[in-house]
Design a protein around this ligand. Structure first.
Ligand code: FES
Length: 74
């Protein structure tokens, strides 16, 4: 889960859909990127650049800031 440029919380599957490398979120680009073969995904998990061809799984986040909780689920 990351907090994007515009302050939203986003949760996607952590590993690249190409060969499973752990992804990194780049705030400057507002994208997830794979340090192994350089696939990139937007904040909704859709492929921006391959070699990955499958989207990431996007999870639902329920926030209750007055209670100080975030719940991530699918
Ligand atoms: S493992 Fe991510 S692009 Fe290959």
């Amino acid at each position: 889960m990351v907090q994007t440029k515009d302050g939203k919380y986003v949760a996607v599957s952590a590993n690249c859909t190409h060969e499973g490398t752990k992804l990194v979120y780049k705030l400057a680009d507002n994208q997830f990127y794979c340090p192994l073969d350089l696939s990139r995904f937007d904040i909704n998990g859709k492929v921006v650049a391959g070699p990955a061809q499958q989207s990431l799984t996007l999870y639902i986040i329920d926030s209750n800031f007055s209670a100080g909780t975030l719940r991530v689920h699918n």
